[in-house]
Ligand binder design. Structure first.
Ligand code: AMP
Length: 317
């Protein structure tokens, strides 16, 4: 039996299903979580389906969360989407259900749950949910709202079909979603537009990025700077991809100082593998898009050196 068939059989066997995703959600986390929730609500109207987790941080145009009491977990099926490791799951009650399913497209560093479906070749977890629906189209119902959410997730994680994880399958599945008639230009615009503060911060990133002779890029966003520009950590996600627009840049990191003094590290690459670096610094992620943490500027410097080394290794191949 394929794991997708096992997942569908398990979904059918439970009356209550609670769906989680990762902390500090991005469009793919919310798209896969709530897209799946919407499909299940439409397909199984008698089941109770819940979407839970912490604040959606500026993505409320996509979806809102539900607040549920602890006792609802008793006898429930819990599904977690888009989350590689258990500590990153938003709402730590995920282990209080009767059965746990993991659906994800990140490297399977921690295969939590009784059923694990991981496809690292998928552009996004939303793409996996669309393929799940497509596989069982006679039993699962797509809705316009589910299509809008899943499309947003795919667009978010592929950088609007720019990143190498975009495949022919990604485009085919996205095309199927467009048939559901949601306002795609509107969602594209919502995903792309930034506040004036973030626009100013973008100017800072372009002005101040440090790029060495092999294309390693570095930007440090101190607390003082974030306050000066009037932005909070979650808004810095909008500037992470910007250095990639510069032709000389091969791989880069944005170091965002946190109120506690440590740095959240957001790394991206056009080829050199960077998730091994992230893993060495309390993080992880995809080969070309990872996140980590640095306790101080010394560790920031070490991470930058490791990025330089990864580029050199890549060039030598
Ligand atoms: P971000 O820069 O926060 O958008 O993260 C990019 C990717 O890195 C995410 O999709 C995650 O897969 C991964 N990631 C970020 N932070 C962490 C972390 N602390 N631990 C593990 N993976 C992470």
């Amino acid at each position: 039996m394929k794991v997708q068939e096992e997942i569908l059989a398990t979904i059918k066997a439970f009356d209550r299903i609670i769906i989680h995703r990762h902390q500090r959600p991005d469009p793919d986390a919310l798209g896969s979580q709530v897209g799946l929730a919407e499909i299940l609500r439409a397909s199984f109207p008698k089941k109770e389906i819940y979407q839970v987790g912490g604040p959606v941080e500026g993505l409320d145009y996509l979806a809102l969360m539900q607040t549920i009491p602890d006792d609802l977990y008793k006898g429930a099926l819990v599904i977690v989407t888009d989350t590689a490791n258990a500590p990153r799951i938003s709402d730590q009650r995920y282990d209080q259900g009767a059965k746990l399913i993991k659906i994800d497209h990140h490297p399977n560093d921690e295969p939590y749950g009784e059923l694990v479906w991981v496809n690292t070749k998928a552009s996004s977890c939303s793409e996996m949910i669309v393929s799940f629906w497509q596989m069982f189209q006679n039993e699962l119902t797509m809705t316009q709202e589910a299509a809008r959410l899943l499309y947003a997730g795919i667009v978010g994680d592929t950088g609007r079909f720019l990143y190498p994880a975009t495949t022919a399958t990604t485009l085919r599945l996205a095309a199927e979603l467009l048939d559901y008639g949601f306002d795609a230009p509107k969602i594209n615009r919502q995903l792309d537009q930034v506040s004036r503060s973030v626009a100013r911060l973008s100017g800072y990133v372009y002005e101040n990025i440090e790029i060495d002779e092999i294309g390693a890029g570095k930007v440090i966003l101190s607390q003082e700077l974030q306050q000066r520009f009037g932005v909070v950590d979650s808004e810095t996600s909008a500037v992470v991809s910007l250095p990639g627009k510069i032709d000389e840049v091969m791989a880069w990191a944005i170091f965002v100082e946190q109120p506690e003094g440590y740095y959240r590290v957001r790394m991206r690459s056009k080829g050199p593998v960077i998730n091994e670096i992230a893993k060495r610094h309390h993080g992880g992620g995809h080969p070309l898009a990872s996140g980590a943490n640095a306790k101080d500027l010394e560790e920031v410097a070490v991470i930058y050196q490791e990025i330089q080394a990864a580029i050199k290794e890549f060039q030598a191949e």
